[in-house]
Design a protein around this ligand. Structure first.
Ligand code: C5P
Length: 248
């Protein structure tokens, strides 16, 4: 099988200059970037406009999780040019996910901006199987929980989920081929450090598992040469896609 494996680089820094310089160095090979809490909270929406001005697209990863009305109103303020994907926590429940979608649709209609895709975070890739069963959902299997969350997100009309590569096959089976899987916790074999990720795969393994998007942060952004590291990841993805019968 294998997914398309488009690489998204996570710009986890609190410096707008650093983020933009990374984008400049990695464009046009990498065209999609993840702006998370650290960069957004320190630099605000201007950083999205500046990234988009370089021709890149943004996954704005703020992982919203609150009561439905609050999430619906908050996510509406995030609909802006350049943002291609927004996310909420599936753990917020179906009412919250529906309200998030409604907020995005209303804001897009009002502003004339193309509606971003809304996806749901299932279980963080920094949480391992034992921690999940011991601390978060006693007695529950992490794999079953992720697939159940994905199914509910799909029923609510969301476009996809953030998931570890381990659950992609089960999600495909339950939610179909057009339901998007965004996979963080990607560690090339040459990466010196897994940092805090617990459930990770190499880029090749993630593509063969069927991931649509691979989110890679520190193995690229903290490399001596981020550009060379990004090109190495892209080569690995290309080879895996070829081996999976996707062509280039
Ligand atoms: O540096 P690293 O490759 O670990 O970065 C992964 C990125 O993906 C981080 O920005 C993290 O917030 C994000 N993420 C994750 N696990 C999830 C959802 C998002 O690691 N389930």
């Amino acid at each position: 099988m294998g997914g398309k494996g488009e690489v998204i680089v996570a710009l986890d820094t609190d410096s707008s200059d650093e983020a933009l310089s990374l984008v400049e160095r990695l464009m046009p090979d990498i065209v999609m970037y993840k702006v998370g809490m650290q960069l957004f909270y320190s630099c605000g929406p201007a950083v999205i406009h500046n990234i988009a001005a370089l021709g890149a697209r943004v996954f704005l990863d703020l992982k919203l999780h609150d009561i439905p009305a609050t999430v619906g109103r908050a996510i509406a303020t995030l609909v802006m040019r350049g943002v291609d994907i927004l996310d909420v926590h599936a753990a917020g429940g179906s009412d919250m996910m529906k309200e998030a979608l409604a907020g995005v649709s209303a804001a897009s209609r009002a502003s004339g901006v193309q509606p971003p895709r809304v996806i749901a975070v299932t279980v963080l890739t920094s949480i391992d199987r034992d921690t999940y069963t011991r601390e978060i959902a006693p007695g529950c299997d992490i794999g079953d929980a992720v697939v159940r969350m994905a199914r509910i997100a799909r029923e609510c009309g969301l476009a996809g989920v953030v998931t570890s590569a381990f659950e992609v096959a089960g999600i495909r089976k339950a939610c179909g081929e057009d339901f998007v899987t965004v996979v963080p916790g990607v560690r090339p074999a040459w990466a010196a450090d897994a940092y805090d990720q617990r459930r990770y795969m190499t880029p090749r393994q993630a593509v063969l598992a069927g991931a649509d998007y691979l989110v890679v942060g520190r193995p690229i952004t903290r490399a001596e040469s981020p550009r060379n590291a990004a090109l190495a990841v892209l080569d690995e993805v290309k080879e895996a896609r070829h081996d999976a019968g996707h062509g280039c």
